[in-house]
Design a protein around this ligand. Structure first.
Ligand code: 5GP
Ligand code: MG
Ligand code: MG
Length: 184
């Protein structure tokens, strides 16, 4: 039990379902990237929980790196359409097989701007692995190469995803009760 459970209206993806799916994705990535120079690039902060689980489900050698980009501000729950690199990668991408690890592909605006930036650095390849996707919200022409779960058009929290920096530590993905927003 988490005290934040009381703020959750309903669970969309359970802890068990996440665990099973992450293991599946890890096995698939291990097969697809065998013999390659795999670099997992986590987009902070939302993907930190998924990254920590996924990297342990990847059974081949890989390196990791982190990037901070921003497209949402504070408690605002709608996309601004702007992407800013706040913390860049340390790694040299030349010739490497980059797999972007993301929490959710929503409008797709963030990654549609980030992928071309990474491709300019001469990597061997750039692909996307996201634990969640909201296909009905897509505005940019981009789809994940690896995807855990498709979710409906609802604002979700947990498993790394926040509302106003809270709920990231919930072990499942859920939807907040409406009064949590209106209580601001
Ligand atoms: P985009 O709309 O550019 O695809 O999504 C950018 C980022 O917005 C995501 O990586 C995620 O951090 C955040 N985001 C999008 N949808 C949701 C959502 O339903 N819940 C939360 N907590 N964050 C979201
Ligand atoms: Mg994100
Ligand atoms: Mg956020």
């Amino acid at each position: 039990m988490y005290s934040m459970d009381n703020d959750i209206d309903h669970i969309l993806v359970s802890e068990d379902a996440l665990k099973a799916k992450v293991n599946e994705l890890g096995a698939q990535i291990s097969r697809d990237y065998a013999g390659k120079d795999l670099l997992l690039v986590s987009i902070l902060k939302g993907s930190v929980v998924f990254m920590a689980d996924l990297m342990r489900a990847v059974q081949i050698p890989c390196a990791i790196d982190f990037m901070v980009v921003s497209s949402y501000g504070g408690a605002n729950t709608s996309s601004t359409g702007l992407v800013k690199i706040i913390k860049d990668l340390d790694a040299d991408l030349t010739g490497r097989d980059v797999l972007i690890v993301e929490d959710i592909l929503d409008t797709g605006i963030t990654l549609s701007k980030l992928v071309p930036v990474l491709k300019m650095r001469n990597p061997g390849s750039v692909k996307i692995c996201t634990i969640l996707s909201k296909p009905s919200r897509r505005m940019a022409d981009i789809e994940p190469d690896y995807c855990g779960f498709e979710v409906p058009d609802e604002f979700v929290v947990g498993y790394g995803l926040d509302y106003d920096e809270k709920y990231r530590n919930l072990p499942y993905v859920g939807v907040l009760k409406p009064e949590v927003y209106s209580g601001e």
